[in-house]
Design a protein around this ligand. Structure first.
Ligand SMILES: Nc1nc2c(ncn2[C@@H]2O[C@H](COP(=O)(O)OP(=O)(O)OP(=O)(O)O)[C@@H](O)[C@H]2O)c(=O)[nH]1
Length: 421
């Protein structure tokens, strides 16, 4: 591989607006679809007497393979342009997509918003744009999709662009940081080639726009933070925690600490893509072995960091939250489950310190009695079990969380400060 730089890309947008189709199309156009998937699809399409290539099929097929446990490594969701190697950070349409987006399981550098020309801005369009904003995505490429369904009419394109622009303004997203492109993921217009169907459009096609994105600055200089996803015992090696490096570097020989389990040891080996490596950095999925640490000493939700500057453990923390959807009102004492990185911990909202005007960021009310859907607030939170979390101003990757209750994401937030025991 050349000296390509890496980007994590989120594909967001309302259900059925064409996210999977677009990802399939991007993978296909960049030659990233495994041959066996194409072959298998052709056979099935012939059997069913269907013509044409259903790009959503590629994604569905990959998702299915993964569910069945068939080896499908992450490379199958990667594609390259001249400048970048892109990883699609989550399977679009994934049930926990919103939660994953917030907790960093799929932290993205940039995002493509898919909005169907014939349907315009819909509830999930709003939700995803709002989340992208809250989570600090700077640049948005907006594919106004399904242009084939509106006969490639410029007027319909403009209407959709205006609707999305209005939404961006509502969430304080500078429309200058957004790039609109009329596309058809299904037919391929303006994805990899400039389309003859949109002579009124003279901007870049989607792959060009992706190629022109600013480079993300990898958080390699920060302290190591590696949230643990699972802990395995592997014969011949021993205890192997696995997870993704969020910030900093993991080197063999490092002394590392796991919090809140509060154990430490020296890194003996690091493995990535089934190969032993001397070091790993942000974005790398690793398994590693630490001298003297047993399987029961650490668990999912622990965060690994340097032993001389271990990850923070919160007795309480102050956070800014935005309530997305809650059936009634939230008052002090409410104890939903907080999802932060790989941890899930019941936490009590001990006090609602102030309500904030979401459009100006200024205090709207000191110590309100309650908050409800649409409100932004500063709250003090007490985890019911030890939780490792960081102020987002210090380590952004470990500073955001989703609040879940009754199977839904009801709020998203950022940690402002952490009070350690
Ligand atoms: N005509 C037309 N149909 C499209 C286009 N893009 C997607 N579709 C169709 O729209 C439907 C939904 O597309 P998907 O790609 O599954 O949409 P999605 O946004 O991934 O939906 P979820 O994964 O359910 O959230 C499918 O039937 C696609 O074939 C397009 O550009 N033109």
């Amino acid at each position: 591989m050349s000296e390509e730089r890496h980007q994590n890309l989120a594909i967001i947008g309302h259900v059925d607006h064409g996210k999977s189709t677009l990802v399939g199309r991007l993978l296909y156009e960049t030659g990233s679809v495994p041959e066996h998937v194409i072959e298998q699809h052709k056979e099935e399409a012939e059997e069913k007497g269907k013509g044409g290539f259903e790009f959503a099929y590629v994604m569905d097929n990959l998702a299915e393979e993964r569910e069945r446990g068939v080896t499908i490594d992450i490379a199958h969701q990667e594609f390259s342009t001249d400048e970048y190697e892109f990883t699609i950070v989550d399977c679009p349409g994934h049930r926990d997509f919103v939660k994953n987006m917030i907790t960093g399981a799929s932290q993205a550098d940039n995002a493509v918003l898919v909005c169907a020309a014939d349907d315009g801005v819909q509830p999930q369009t709003r939700e995803h744009v709002f989340l992208a904003r809250t989570l600090g995505i700077d640049e948005l490429i907006i594919g106004i999709n399904k242009m084939d369904l509106v006969d490639y009419e410029e007027g319909r394109y403009r209407e959709a662009v205006d609707e999305v622009t209005e939404l961006l303004k509502q969430v304080q997203f500078n429309p200058d940081d957004a790039k609109f492109i009329p596309i058809s993921a299904f037919e391929g217009d303006n994805v990899a080639d400039d389309s003859d169907n949109t002579p009124w459009y003279d901007g870049p096609n989607l792959l060009e726009a992706l190629n022109d994105l600013p480079a993300p600055s990898p958080p390699t200089d920060a302290d190591l933070r590696l949230p643990i996803q699972d802990v395995y015992t592997i014969s011949g090696i021993g205890t192997v925690p696995v997870g993704r490096v969020e910030t900093g570097m993991l080197n063999t020989g490092d002394n590392v600490s796991f919090q809140p389990s509060d154990v430490s040891g020296e890194v003996k080996t690091i493995e990535m893509h089934h190969e032993e490596v001397p070091e790993a950095g942000p974005g790398d999925n690793v398994g590693f072995n630490v001298r003297g640490i047993g399987k029961d000493d650490i668990r999912r939700g622990d965060v690994c960091g340097p032993a001389d500057d271990p990850p923070s453990v919160a007795e309480t923390f102050q956070a800014q939250i935005v309530v997305m959807q809650h059936p009634s009102v939230i008052t002090a004492g409410y104890t939903p489950v907080f999802h932060a990185h790989t941890a899930q911990v019941a936490c009590t909202i001990e006090s609602i310190d102030k309500k904030i005007d979401p459009s100006t960021g200024e205090t709207a009310e000191e110590e309100p009695d309650f908050i409800q859907s649409g409100d932004a607030a500063v709250v003090t939170v007490r985890p019911q079990k030890p939780l490792s979390i960081e102020p987002s101003s210090e380590i952004e990757e470990l500073g955001s969380f989703a609040i879940r209750d009754m199977g839904q994401t009801i709020a998203a937030g950022k940690v402002l400060s952490v009070q350690e025991p």
